[in-house]
Write a protein that binds this ligand. Sequence first.
Ligand code: ZN
Length: 262
Amino acid sequence: MKKIIIYILVISSLTSYSQSNQNWNGKKCAVVLTYDDAIDQHLDNAIPVLDSLDLKATFYVTAFSQSMQTRLNDWKKLATRHELGNHTLYHPCIGGKGREWVKPEYDMNNYTVKRMVDETRMTNLFLQALDGKTKRTFAFTCGDMKIGDSSFINAMKNDFVAARAVRNQMHKINEIDLLNVDCYMANGETGAQMIEWVKKAVETNSLLVILFHGVGGGNALNVSLQAHREFLQFLKKNEKDIWITPMVDVAEYIKLEQSKTH
Ligand SMILES: [Zn+2]
């Protein structure tokens, strides 16, 4: 009898261990691939690799970007397979020292919260016209979250499922703040270096969000075509442990899981 009880205890603790170890939709971690700023290289370099591996990503687009203005139909086509996220209408940032490239018209120092909210909601409408969707995620431009002293995302809590920031961290499911989701920004890493991030996410059962800008060029923040391909191939090969899905899916999943424990 004693033996049977011990056996049951061992089995049940093993089961609960494997459950807590695989709480990302049955996998050990989640990886969200995000591409910022809507540049041609996303269409020409990133999409062919993603689609050939059947991986889905999130593209945080600035509605009035050059690429959107000239290749609208390509972005519309992309939206049938991937998530279009909101990265504002004009990509405003807080200007000043070290940010001399910020134009005065799009300097957040010259914005009101109302203007920021209106432009961001306009971008949601634009994206809805492209892909028909109403559930949307947001990415802060330059990681800037405030107009003056005021956080503007609070005014748009009901417009977004999640908002991505730029802090270089990864977290377990219950530690994630959906209006301040952290990410690892890729810039000059090799494939092997980015793969290390994923291994850490697997070990710690975390959400790893990757932020790409240039892929094989197109932005000062850049990764090579080879590094990008190697990294995505590694993800695909290890799909049994890694849930690779757009931000909106991961955010809805987190919301549901957090509501069970809070
Ligand atoms: Zn940006």
